[in-house]
Design a protein around this ligand. Structure first.
Ligand code: FJE
Ligand code: FE
Length: 293
């Protein structure tokens, strides 16, 4: 038996705003009008040009997914984990009980990407931090009838991503040639959205109006998404879905817990270098040291 296709229920344009140290983000999820789309806390399309960036800062209680679109960022954390995330590369970071890191441009020019924050359920908020990294060349890609999909998380066209998602999540990067049509199953009970990166597309119903870059579309319940490229240019968008956690969310900047008490405890842990923040006491990123305060 087949359910109903998903339709567009809300549409947001993500306008540029300042974040971090001189960085610019187009924030769709996580802004005032859309604080939380369970399990998603933040979706930023970011743009950084040196010396701007995201210098040393902590995280606890969720995952950050960084997917580069242009250029590269260097990340380094207080465990000594360091690397470059280049165009098309993926970093799936489970902050768990605590990470302190910096995310800075790797070279001259403008570096662009997407960063998605995925909440963790109460059982997983304090797990050990973990990274899953995939270089662009190793991200599985499938093509069919003018549709190309890069499988970041979840499954499409019979291909499974190796990424382990603590909170069940799918993350697909679609490119549709002019005239192409796609249909993608999405688990019925999940929350799902589309974020358009390039071109213009028609989503949900064939007769609906088209959507251009930097727009977020929240989708109704349903078992699949349909999309059309009726334009003469390439259409690129991401389709992301996740199983709702259904728990209270208390956020204080980079800390996301279930209760105010847990947030107070987290701030104390961070200030006292305890419960996962031990290594923050003497650590400064090389990127920050280089600035010689
Ligand atoms: C953060 C402000 C921030 N979006 N997109 C406050 F800017 C950040 C932060 C980021 C970020 C980093 C990258 Cl590489 C891409 C981003 C926000 O680092 F974590 C808090 N708390
Ligand atoms: Fe960060």
């Amino acid at each position: 038996m087949s359910g109903d296709p998903r339709t567009v229920v809300r549409k947001f344009l993500a306008r540029p705003q300042h974040e971090g140290a001189g960085a610019i983000v187009r924030r769709s999820i996580g802004r005032f009008e859309l604080k939380y789309f369970d399990p998603f806390l933040v979706l930023d399309e970011f743009s950084v040009t040196a010396p701007a960036g995201f210098p040393d800062h902590p995280h606890r209680g969720f995952e950050t997914v960084t997917y580069m679109l242009q250029g590269a960022v260097i990340h380094e954390d207080f465990e000594g984990h360091k690397g470059t995330i280049g165009a098309g590369d993926l970093q799936w970071m489970t902050a768990g009980r605590g990470i302190v890191h910096s995310e800075m441009p790797a070279s001259h020019g403008t570096q662009k990407g997407l960063q998605l924050w995925i909440n963790l359920s109460d059982r997983h908020k304090m797990i050990e931090p973990r990274y899953q990294e995939i270089a662009s060349t190793n991200i599985a890609e499938a093509s069919e009838d003018g549709v190309t999909v890069r499988i970041i998380a979840g499954e499409s066209l019979g291909i499974h991503s190796p990424i382990y998602t603590r909170t069940p999540t799918m993350f697909l990067d679609f490119t549709l040639e002019p005239g192409a049509y796609m249909q993608q199953p999405v688990p019925e009970s999940w929350n799902a959205f589309v974020y358009v990166l390039e071109g213009e597309g028609v989503f949900g119903k064939s007769r609906s109006s088209s959507t251009t870059a930097h727009h977020l579309l929240l989708l109704s319940p349903g078992d699949r998404l349909m999309a059309w490229n009726k334009s003469s240019k390439m259409l690129r968008f991401i389709l992301v879905g996740g199983e709702p956690i259904g728990q209270p969310v208390v956020q204080w900047g980079p800390f996301v817990m279930n209760t105010q008490e847990e947030i107070d405890q987290t701030i104390q842990d961070f200030e006292n270098f305890e419960n996962g923040f031990e290594k923050a006491r003497y650590w400064r990123s090389e990127a920050t040291q280089d600035q010689e305060f």
